[in-house]
Design a protein around this ligand. Structure first.
Ligand SMILES: *[C@@H]1O[C@H](CO)[C@@H](O)[C@H](O)[C@H]1NC(C)=O
Ligand SMILES: *[C@@H]1O[C@H](CO)[C@@H](O)[C@H](O)[C@H]1NC(C)=O
Ligand SMILES: *[C@@H]1O[C@H](CO)[C@@H](O)[C@H](O)[C@H]1NC(C)=O
Ligand SMILES: *[C@@H]1O[C@H](CO)[C@@H](O)[C@H](O)[C@H]1NC(C)=O
Ligand SMILES: *[C@@H]1O[C@H](CO)[C@@H](O)[C@H](O)[C@H]1NC(C)=O
Ligand SMILES: *[C@@H]1O[C@H](CO)[C@@H](O)[C@H](O)[C@H]1NC(C)=O
Ligand SMILES: *[C@@H]1O[C@H](CO)[C@@H](O)[C@H](O)[C@H]1NC(C)=O
Ligand SMILES: *[C@@H]1O[C@H](CO)[C@@H](O)[C@H](O)[C@H]1NC(C)=O
Ligand SMILES: *[C@@H]1O[C@H](CO)[C@@H](O)[C@H](O)[C@H]1NC(C)=O
Length: 511
């Protein structure tokens, strides 16, 4: 150690002895000599004899006064921000100067030749946190070398301007006074720049290899095209900024990212949409809920859809894959056509579903098929009418009014004559209430394939002369002029006594 000291000292001693008696910056000096050996050299260069330790060995060299730095270009010791400087009062020029981009300001009121001053960074500069040198900040356009810009803020000089070192993946944060890395931007230290922070909420610096770090969204957060990180619909959150901008963070006790009041989430587009009945604007990016349109600045369901609690539901025949069918219209969403169809036992009539006879209805005949009516919440036929077996029509019975809508019961051989149901041929047929059908009158042709004949008569065998089968009154009955078979006068007792006698005889014989 001593040998090294002697060698260095000797070498330097030789060099300065050869030039002059002056001890210059960086040369060895004797700290015990007063006045300071270094001081005398250059009044403009505030150097002092200072102890330094090199490789564990003490040296004394001419160095800048405490807190000052060597200005490489000027070859002066200069003061950083808030360091001291000296002003020569006659010309106002500083004697002891400030670092680049700093000015010396007079801080004394004494009227002497040399005024003590203080160095202050120029407005577009900041003192570098490490050296105290004034460094140009973001946006300054008077840099010439990268180190003119604040490297601690991750700034570099490009085309005379201080810009973020990675202009694509870094942004300037005015609050922190630093360039910060965006999502996918590197957050690995890149000397001489320090490691950048990740910009934006809910981000972190994560290693993708052993040594390489990039900014990513925190787990559970999704990356937006604007490189922000947010939670999806129903994600747990603390404040609104945790959520995608379209959501609000709300709920109790757990807060979630949800659509604001008056809006509803649409799964497919992953957007909040305005509910029916709420205000909307045609030029807004905020759309009305599905199957609604903005009409007169009011979200309104489109044709074929009906609004319930702000949502549009499909009506008969409308697309129902997303919204489902209106609940109270006897509808179901068809699996095959994805349009609303009628539930079983209901059928479409005028684009709505109506119940077959016997199905439930809501106090309105409109809910029932054809001319059937809603009676005690069930579709049925009016008095004097009867349902056809297909349950889709009520037909009028004999003597009831009929028209284009209500037809007469044809399988009872009724026809509508003068708006009243009567037998097809009133001259040869009569209506029998008990059987609810027209029947052949006495002595007239039997009616239909069932060979219907009036009571107390029967259809005779085929008559070979007129090729007809005729309703013949049974024994002891005679045909009346109304075509009925009425009991023959006086025959009642005869029949009764005759039968009684036969029975009596049979019983007697048996005994
Ligand atoms: C300090 O020591 C290291 C190795 O011992 C050497 O390389 C270096 O040059 C030395 N520095 C000075 C200023 O002598
Ligand atoms: C900017 O920096 C401030 C202070 O460090 C920080 O709170 C803020 O989140 C940063 N802004 C962004 C968008 O990251
Ligand atoms: C990140 O760093 C850790 C610790 O050094 C290491 O175990 C891990 O493998 C790194 N991750 C990747 C993806 O390289
Ligand atoms: C939208 O129209 C509905 C029905 O006419 C009405 O009840 C509602 O108040 C309207 N809303 C606005 C925002 O105008
Ligand atoms: C939408 O239209 C309204 C009224 O015409 C107007 O005030 C508003 O600025 C428009 N907004 C956009 C985004 O164009
Ligand atoms: C509409 O909303 C009210 C109040 O939230 C609720 O009671 C009612 O059941 C809803 N109606 C339908 C058809 O969803
Ligand atoms: C539609 O399909 C589902 C499942 O396959 C079934 O449960 C449902 O009953 C079907 N609905 C109709 C109306 O066919
Ligand atoms: C058949 O005769 C009986 C006895 O006279 C009578 O009560 C009944 O009403 C008659 N039937 C018809 C359909 O006229
Ligand atoms: C039976 O007698 C009554 C009067 O007693 C008469 O009105 C009716 O026409 C008679 N009927 C027949 C079938 O002769």
């Amino acid at each position: 150690m001593n040998a090294l000291k002697v060698t260095v000292f000797t070498a330097l001693l030789v060099s300065f002895t050869a030039l002059s008696q002056a001890i210059e910056y960086g040369q060895l000096c004797d700290i015990t000599v007063t006045p300071d050996e270094c001081r005398s050299v250059n009044v403009l260069d505030p150097i002092v004899c200072t102890n330094v330790i090199i490789n564990g060995t003490d040296f004394a060299v001419c160095a800048c006064e405490d807190g000052m730095f060597r200005h490489e270009d000027l070859n002066y010791c200069v003061s950083p921000h808030l360091g001291k400087c000296t002003i020569q009062s006659n010309d106002g020029q500083p004697i002891h100067k400030c670092t680049k981009f700093a000015h010396c300001f007079d801080t004394t009121t004494r009227a002497n030749e040399r005024k003590e001053g203080k160095c202050y960074c120029e407005p577009d500069t900041v003192p570098d946190g490490v050296s105290g040198h004034c460094k140009l900040t973001h946006g300054s356009n008077r840099c010439t070398v990268p180190t003119d810009c604040n490297v601690q803020s991750i700034l570099t000089c490009r085309q005379g301007s201080c810009v973020c070192e990675d202009e694509e993946y870094q942004v300037w944060n005015k609050t922190s006074g630093k360039c910060e890395a965006l999502i996918a931007g590197s957050c690995t230290a890149n000397l001489p720049f320090p490691k950048p922070d990740c910009n934006g909420r809910n981000t972190h610096c994560n290693n993708i290899t052993e040594t390489e770090f990039i900014c990513q969204c925190l787990p559970g957060y999704t990356e937006a095209p604007d490189k922000s990180c947010y939670k999806e619909f129903e994600g747990e959150c603390e404040i609104n900024d945790d959520c995608h901008p379209q959501f609000e963070c709300k709920g109790n006790p757990t807060k979630q990212c949800l659509c604001p009041d008056g809006q509803i989430y649409h799964d497919e587009s992953k957007t909040c949409r305005i509910l029916v009945g709420q205000q909307c604007a045609l030029n807004s990016t905020l759309e009305c809920t599905i199957h609604a349109a903005c009409i007169n600045n009011n979200c309104t369901c489109t044709q074929g859809f009906i609004g319930v609690n702000g949502t549009c539901f499909a009506q008969y025949g409308s697309e129902c894959s997303e919204v489902g069918c209106y609940g109270s219209d006897f509808l179901q969403c068809s699996n095959t056509t994805t349009t609303c169809d009628c539930v079983p036992n209901y059928q479409a009539e005028n684009n709505r579903c109506v119940g077959l006879i016997g199905q439930s209805c809501r106090n309105s005949n409109d809910d029932c098929v054809g001319n059937s009516i809603c009676l005690q919440n069930q579709c049925g036929c009016s008095d004097g009418q009867e349902s056809l077996p297909n349950l889709i029509q009520c037909v009028a019975l004999h003597g009831q009014s009929c028209d284009g809508i209500t037809v007469c019961k044809t399988d009872s051989f009724l026809t509508c004559t003068d708006s009243t149901c009567n037998c097809n041929n009133p001259l040869s047929q009569t209506y029998e209430e008990s059987r609810r059908t027209c029947v052949g009158m006495a002595d007239r042709e039997c009616l239909g394939v069932a060979e219907l004949c009036v009571g107390n008569s029967s259809c005779s065998p085929l008559d070979n002369t007129n090729m007809q089968r005729i309703c013949k009154c049974n024994q002891n009955f005679a045909s009346s002029k109304e075509g009925l078979c009425v009991q023959a006068n006086g025959s009642s007792n005869v029949v009764t006594s005759g039968v009684m006698l036969s029975i009596l005889l049979m019983v007697t014989q048996y005994i």
